[in-house]
Structures are given as C-alpha cells and as structure tokens.
Ligand binder design. Structure first.
Ligand code: MN
Length: 256
C-alpha cells in the first residue's frame, strides 16, 4: 500500500510530521506539501507561474504552490506511481461545516478523489497542536482499519475527519456526521498602510449556525471524532425541477 500525504499548513507544520510518523509503518508513505501556509486555498491550481519541487532533509518534498498543486503534480508525473490513498493534514484547526468549501486541507484530499483515489482530510478542532499525538494515533487507527478491511484502492471516496483536541483516553469513537453550518464571516478589517492606503483583512470565520445533533460541530463538541463523507457534485438536484419551470416561464414572459 502506498499513501501520499499533503496538507495546507506547509511541509514543516507539526501536523504533517505527526501524520507521516504515525503512518510510516502502516504503508509506504511520501509527503508532497506546500512550502508555505496555504490555508483556505480550497482546490486552487497555479496556472500562471511555474512550480518547483525541492526535497527537505527529512525526505519531504515541498512545492511553491497550493495543496491541490502538490497532489496534482504528484499524481500526474512527480511520483511515477499511483498511490492507493491520499491523506491530508493533520490541519491546525477545524474544517467543519462551511469551512470545507474553503479548506486547503480538504482541497488536497479532494484533488486525490478527483483523480479516482480514496482520500481523507484530517483536522484538529482547535489551533495550537494540543494533543497532536492523540490525533495522529486516531488517524493511524482509522487508516489501518481501512487497509485491513480492504476499503482502500478500489472505489474512490472522500472523508472529512475532525478530531477534538483531547488526550487519547478522552477521545470518543468516530461518529459519521453531516456538515453543520456557520453564519457568514465577521466583517472585513481595515488598516492604513505606511503609505496611506487602506488595507483589507478578511475577517474571522462566522460563528456556528447549525450545531444540532448529527452535525460535525455537535459530535466533536461531545468528544467524538467526526467523519463526514463528502461529494463534489455541486448541482442542486432537488431544485432542478423548480428551476426548469422557472426558466421556462421567464422565456414565455420574455416572448410575450
Ligand atoms: Mn490549515
């Protein structure tokens, strides 16, 4: 079994080092990760500047690009083989609810999934790497069980996993969850640059809107590891009929 590891916090982040070390004796593992922090880059690809790959002293390869760039070039030529699994993380902070749309951690995993490879995005629910060893052990457990149960290397699937920052003995079993929801983000922050121009900082993520039972927010708040299967199809299948009717009516009205 071969596993490709990436992340969005950069190849030097404690989370990716812990994940690599945890998976090292579970499979053949290789790291291809961004050189710098690329949080909130989603599935962005770098199309208008070249990408360079370097190898760090610990064997990790790093790229001057996004998480999706890393997985993309790894799968399309850099590795020279097809990994059985792509894992991303462990991210410094939660990727739950609406975060999954923006997350570079999820983006790296999603890139593997788009190439037909099973993929898992791992995040810790709080920043600061508290109890990272426990999170890495739980990640390792999940991957190991999936390998043993032959769930890896056949049909592609995409899982978003969030692990509470708790000591191992306090972490509760994994719970399969839907995504919660957040409110829209906090207001943009403005500052004045030394040259008198207004600078804008994207505001913090919004507070939680739906953390009801069954959501990732609810599960992790109660100490469970949340596991959410994701899909990529953004089409609103439930609304296809409504929109077919509405657009047809617009055409009728426009003709009248
Ligand atoms: Mn991150």
């Amino acid at each position: 079994m071969k596993i490709l590891i990436s992340n969005d916090d950069g190849y030097q982040a404690p989370g990716i080092v812990a994940l690599y070390e945890a998976l090292q004796d579970v499979a053949e593992v290789e790291v291809v990760a961004p050189e710098h922090n690329n949080s909130a880059k989603s599935n962005a690809l770098t199309l208008h500047s070249p990408l360079y790959v370097h190898r760090a002293a610990n064997g990790f390869r790093y790229v001057n690009g996004t998480p999706a760039d890393c997985v993309h070039i790894a799968l399309t030529g850099l590795l020279g083989y097809r990994p059985d699994l792509v894992v991303s993380g462990i991210n410094n902070g939660a990727n739950m609810g609406d975060d999954t749309i923006y997350s570079g951690t999820v983006g790296a995993a999603m890139e593997g999934y788009l190439f037909g490879i099973p993929a898992i995005a791992f995040s810790q629910t709080e920043k600061g790497w508290k109890h990272l060893d426990a999170a890495a052990l739980r990640a390792r457990e999940l991957v190991q069980q999936m390998l043993l149960q032959n769930m890896v290397g056949k049909q592609p699937w995409l899982l978003n996993v969030n692990i509470p920052c708790l000591p191992l003995q306090e972490l509760k079993p994994a719970k399969v969850c839907r995504l919660g929801r957040r409110h829209a983000a906090e207001p943009v922050i403005t500052q004045t640059s030394p040259r008198g121009e207004t600078m804008y900082w994207i505001g913090a993520a919004g507070p939680v809107l739906d953390e009801s039972e069954g959501t990732d927010f609810h599960a992790t708040a109660h100490g469970h590891v949340s596991v959410t299967p994701l899909k990529v199809d953004l089409a609103d299948h439930d609304k296809l009929g409504y929109w077919a009717q509405s657009i047809a009516q617009l055409a009728v009205k426009a003709a009248a």
